[in-house]
Design a protein around this ligand. Structure first.
Ligand SMILES: Cc1ncc(COP(=O)(O)O)c(C=O)c1O
Length: 442
């Protein structure tokens, strides 16, 4: 099909509200998306919403042995949950070796980040129900809840819609559960990157709200199955939290016998320069949901699950799906992990990320266009005074062939490819500066 016809052809059959370009899967390279329709290229500061770790057509993805595995997996879409292959075992072993931190003995694979989170919630519900002595499958467990946070985004599946609360369009008019929603004590940073005062008040409020939730039952009788949080809220505005606050959640989860679940669908799989963002804080959760860059979505969980003998990781069919992830994704993910380690991309993206953060801080000072520059590794954001200013800048940058993303009410985020070069990161900074100047001239 001619590239120029793609958007019209799609629009005849479905909603086409994405970017007005046609990605060329062969010509796109590294941090550059080639538009097959116009022949122009775009600098990629969005990485398919943080889901493309190595950009396009990394030379390591052309290795013959890998391509052979990939083709074999693509030709036979086996149900990995019940029919095992060498390709799957190689992936699981690589993930457990390179990505899973020590102390997490359980894994579960599925396609889709929202379903990963939903299954983390299911694991917690089953665990808590049994802890409360409700072991019979006919027992009523409708009083169990998931404590979650304002401005959280956890997906758009049945369960996750009850905890996602960014903009109402995403979950409005669908029936949901009414579970406890806690103030999110996001921290802000000054022009030099120091934490600003103010967090004491919001943290105290969040803790008071948590206390109120747990006051409703004794530590052994409350109905909280889990505290669920993104260690940094992405869609909700790149909201960072203090290590001390995350540690407090760990303390509450231990004291009140519920699980601590981190949703690392957006932040995880090496995007922060470590396998998982939580490792920067050193606060270990019980369950982690992952997806996006990992290609295969799912959860890993620690030995706390085994306080319950028949937990969902041990008992058949409690959490499952036909494909149990996707074998092509597993083969691709395995190769990504090998390349990330071989090419030292964790150190590289920490370095590039810091360069971009430093550059954005200088621009914040010189232009005054935005503030609260924050981030780590490939995950970087700034905030504007008004949503309109943010929207205009994002639009103008796109018109000048640089793709970046909005987040929250008035923030802009970058999700950089881990392979971004220093020169490309300078191009990104120059593009922000040029756009800011154009906006100021309007
Ligand atoms: C933190 C977080 N959790 C869950 C999801 C849902 O993932 P998916 O869109 O793959 O279902 C997202 C998607 O943006 C996310 O950012």
């Amino acid at each position: 099909m001619q590239a120029q016809r793609v958007l019209d052809e799609l629009a005849r059959h479905q909603l086409v509200d994405g970017y007005p370009l046609v990605v060329d899967l062969e010509k796109s390279e590294g941090s550059w998306i080639h538009d097959a329709a116009s022949g122009e290229r775009y600098l990629d500061g969005f990485t398919c919403f943080a889901s493309m770790p190595l950009g396009y057509n990394h030379p390591g993805m052309r290795e013959p042995e890998f391509l052979k595995s990939l083709t074999n997996a693509a030709l036979c879409n086996v149900s990995n949950a019940d029919l095992y292959s060498r390709e799957m075992a190689q992936f699981v072993d690589t993930f457990a070796t390179h990505a899973t931190p020590e102390g997490y003995c359980h894994h579960f694979w599925i396609a889709g980040g929202g379903l990963a989170v939903a299954n983390a919630m299911k694991a917690a519900f089953d665990w808590k129900a049994r802890l409360l002595g409700r072991n019979n499958f006919e027992d009523d467990v409708n009083d169990l809840v998931i404590v979650h946070f304002k401005q959280a985004f956890h997906g758009r599946t049945g369960y996750t819609m009850s905890v996602t609360n960014t903009i109402p369009d995403k979950v409005g008019l669908f029936p949901k559960f009414n579970w406890p929603r806690i103030t999110n004590p996001a921290i802000e940073f000054d022009a030099d990157g120091n934490m600003m005062p103010g967090f004491e008040t919001t943290e105290a409020q969040a803790i008071a709200e948590l206390d109120a939730v747990f006051a409703e039952g004794s530590p052994t009788q409350n109905k909280v199955a889990a505290i669920l949080i993104e260690p940094m809220q992405g869609e909700g505005g790149d909201n960072h939290f203090r290590t001390e606050f995350l540690a407090k959640l760990r303390e509450y989860a231990d004291k009140h016998q519920c699980l601590l679940i981190f949703d690392e669908v957006q932040t995880g799989f090496f995007g922060s320069g470590k396998p998982w963002l939580w490792q920067h804080h050193g606060v270990a959760p019980d369950v982690v949901a992952f997806g996006k860059k990992a290609q295969v979505c799912g959860i890993y969980a620690n030995g706390r699950m085994d306080e319950i003998e028949h937990n969902v990781f041990r008992r058949s069919s409690r959490i499952n799906s036909t494909w149990g992830g996707n074998l092509v994704d597993m083969v691709r993910s395995r190769r990504y992990m090998e390349l990330i380690v071989e090419d030292g991309l964790c150190d590289h993206i920490l370095d590039i990320g810091q360069h971009v953060i430093d550059g954005m801080r200088s621009l914040a000072k010189s232009t005054g266009a935005f503030h609260n520059v924050r981030g780590v590794g490939s995950l970087i954001a700034v905030t504007f005074e008004h949503a309109e200013a943010r929207d205009s800048l994002v639009r103008d940058m796109f018109n000048h062939k640089v793709i970046v993303l909005p987040c929250g009410e008035r923030s802009m985020r970058f999700r950089l490819p881990l392979v971004m070069t220093r020169e490309e990161s300078d191009k990104l900074l120059n593009a922000v500066e040029a756009s800011t100047q154009r906006m100021a001239a309007v």
